[in-house]
Design a binder for this molecule. Structure first.
Ligand SMILES: NC(=O)c1ccc[n+]([C@@H]2O[C@H](COP(=O)([O-])OP(=O)(O)OC[C@H]3O[C@@H](n4cnc5c(N)ncnc54)[C@H](O)[C@@H]3O)[C@@H](O)[C@H]2O)c1
Ligand SMILES: [Zn+2]
Length: 373
């Protein structure tokens, strides 16, 4: 069964609506869903992990002649070098304004490919084909595209909506377990910021044996609906969309800093830590209780996500990294916090001393278990 969610983004140009298709085994039939006759040629952007597993299921029938551009896998390649490779590939293979780019991979491929498509010849069409849980529940929906620059996450980028998002849930079968766990962080974030009943459902289904395909499909659909609703109300992040940044001010700083060492956190892992820190800020602001923060830590632990840092991070490094965050205005940090569990507030200014004290929670002894690696 294929579920279709129509996402309407009023502020975007020309085609305001686009579909998100969710189902098993959708990649092989994608050629029938897309209006390929509109395009002069099609390029598939993917990475070195995804290509051997999923490229063939796409590259047949009307897509048999689609050229593949394969870039090295990983967050460390979400940079200008990789973008240059994509732009060169598009140019060298004669892509024109009526070319289509299919982004087959995780959030890195979706963000980079979306950005390459948005800038090549002032913009060509692209379709997101997310293959990680994280990109299926979050990154592929909403039209934020971009790349890291000067060790700052997503410093370069644009808002540009795809023509469609096609989520083939089969692709999760080849995803390494650690990558799957990383995706749950964004799912839990969705419940925390806007939907307590979703959060309850997640708490009830945290056991490994319940991570069935049917359960995953249900979660992907619910998260996509929630994200689509927020993005429809505020495409350009003037207000409401900022709630999706919960956990990401501290999370992005931890993620970037960890990439300077030899044991980097995955995006979702850093977001899990960021959510603990930002829940603690919410508690110190008087919004939520200690029990709420402990419950969140328990939920993240149940999904085998980290709630404590592996090694301590100097406050100065964390702070200076956070000050490069895009969400800042006039040099001061603006926070998305939990007013209560299931309801986020944004643009909150917080005393620096309170933030400093909140992040110490990430180094304290925890009630949680060891995180499996
Ligand atoms: N645009 C947005 O709104 C948004 C939202 C959230 C996150 N993001 C971005 O997304 C990125 C993280 O995304 P991610 O976690 O998908 O990372 P990723 O793209 O690096 O994928 C994770 C790893 O899994 C591999 N992989 C992907 N699909 C696979 C599959 N089906 N089978 C086997 N291996 C597979 C990849 O090669 C990679 O090694 C970050 O850069 C983050 O900033 C963007
Ligand atoms: Zn994220």
């Amino acid at each position: 069964m294929t579920v279709t969610i129509e996402i309407a983004v009023p502020a975007s140009h020309e085609s305001a609506n686009y579909p998100i298709w969710i189902g098993a085994d959708l990649l092989p039939s994608l050629e029938q869903r897309l209006p390929l006759e509109r395009y002069s040629n099609v390029t598939i952007l993917t990475d070195t992990n995804v290509a051997p597993r999923w490229l063939a299921s796409l590259q047949h029938g009307k897509l048999a002649s689609a050229k593949a551009c394969v870039i090295p896998a990983g967050e460390e390649h979400k940079n200008l070098n990789a973008l240059q490779t994509v732009w060169e590939h598009l140019h060298n293979t004669g892509c024109d304004r009526r070319s289509l780019l299919l982004n087959l991979g995780g959030g890195v491929i979706g963000d980079l490919g979306g950005f390459a498509a948005s800038t090549y010849m002032r913009g060509i069409d692209f379709v997101q084909l997310p293959t990680t849980l994280l990109s299926q529940v979050d990154a592929s929906v909403g039209g934020k595209v971009g790349c890291n620059f000067n060790e700052v996450k997503n410093l370069l980028g644009a808002f540009n909506q795809p023509q469609a998002v096609c989520i083939d849930t089969n692709t999760l079968k080849t995803l390494p377990p650690r990558e799957l766990r990383s995706g749950w962080a964004e799912v839990i974030k969705h419940g925390l910021i806007r939907d307590t009943s979703y959060l309850r459902l997640l708490a009830e289904n945290s056991k490994e044996e319940s991570q069935s395909s049917a359960w995953l499909a249900r979660v992907i659909e619910r998260s996509c609906r929630l994200k689509a609703e927020v993005v429809t109300l505020d495409e350009r992040e003037g207000g409401l969309r900022k709630i999706l940044n919960f956990g990401h001010t501290v999370g992005h700083a931890i993620e970037s800093l960890s990439h300077q060492g030899d044991a980097p956190y995955l995006h979702g892992e850093a977001v899990a830590l960021g959510m603990v820190a930002e829940a603690e800020i919410s508690r110190l602001q008087g919004y939520i209780s200690e029990d709420d923060v402990v419950e969140l830590e328990q939920l993240l632990t149940d999904y085998q996500l980290p709630v404590r840092l592996k090694a301590s991070l100097p406050w100065e490094s964390l702070q200076s990294k956070m000050l490069t965050d895009k969400k800042n205005v006039g040099g001061s940090l603006r926070w998305t916090l939990l007013q209560k569990v299931g309801q986020a507030v944004f643009d909150v200014e917080v005393e620096e001393s309170l933030v400093k004290s909140a992040v110490t929670r990430l180094s304290q002894a925890s009630h949680g278990e060891e995180i499996p690696r």
